[in-house]
Design a protein around this ligand. Structure first.
Ligand code: AMP
Length: 114
């Protein structure tokens, strides 16, 4: 069997994380190497490797994660704006093969991203 990803181990509380939000379907925690003053990782609890692995059955679950991101942004009063990023695959820089959304805020963000 494949090794559980680091994010699955965070879901299972096998390794610590600074969890800021949790519900039945998703979890949000602070990125260990923050790239902005606010940098959270928001994940579905369901083990999905990346956007490439989504099926129509995941529409509700992933929609739920995006709504959770909006709730977290509101709770943190990220009124100046924020960026949500998902890296899909090696060329995009995906390191952890558990679908995740970076929620970044607290500094200006350039476009296009690097
Ligand atoms: P990605 O490159 O899109 O796969 O992003 C993976 C992110 O997970 C990176 O920003 C890492 O800093 C972050 N990360 C890796 N391990 C941990 C951990 N144990 N706790 C919190 N964030 C982590």
């Amino acid at each position: 069997m494949a090794e559980p990803t680091i994010f699955k181990r965070i879901i299972d509380r096998e390794i610590p994380a600074k969890i800021v939000y949790e519900d039945d379907l998703c979890l949000a925690f602070e990125d260990i190497h923050p790239a902005a003053p606010t940098h959270l990782i928001v994940i579905p609890k369901k083990e999905i490797a990346s956007l490439d692995d989504l099926t129509e059955a995941d529409e509700g679950g992933v929609g739920h994660v995006l709504v959770a991101i909006a709730k977290i942004a509101a709770a943190l009063q990220l009124d100046g704006g924020y960026r949500v990023v998902t890296n899909c695959g090696k060329a995009a820089g995906q390191e952890v093969m558990h679908l995740h959304f970076h929620l970044l805020a607290g500094r200006p963000f350039g476009w296009p991203p690097g």
